[in-house]
Design a protein around this ligand. Sequence first.
Ligand SMILES: [Cu+2]
Length: 141
Amino acid sequence: MKKILLALVIFFNVNTADAKIIVDNAWARLTPNGMGAVFFDIINTNTEDDFLINASSPNALSVMIHETQRIGNMTHMKHHSDGTKIPANGTVLFEPGSFHIMLSKIDENLKLGDKILINLNFQNHDDISIEPILKIRPPIK
Ligand SMILES: [Cu+2]
């Protein structure tokens, strides 16, 4: 009986430790006028929804969660000030034409090929820091 209990405890611990948020394929686009955008995949392996609630960077004065939306012939950017839902067992792609982290007033000393530090804050998960490389075009997958 003891052995079964121990096995159950180990099994349970492994499962909860494995459930997490993964940020992958991060890259950043440098655009004129000190602007930029950061893209990545967020994978939620938890059985509960999570929310990306905020993002910050020591390398840019303003950092916002945006979503590019097309209304008729116009595109505009929606500011997700209440956070972005990362569904349970789901993936949200931050990619050109969709979700992105909008940067403005990027540190003037940064140039193409440099890394930029971004901190992502989640509602139910510890902060995740990423260091995407500044590029002009998306990397070839
Ligand atoms: Cu934007």
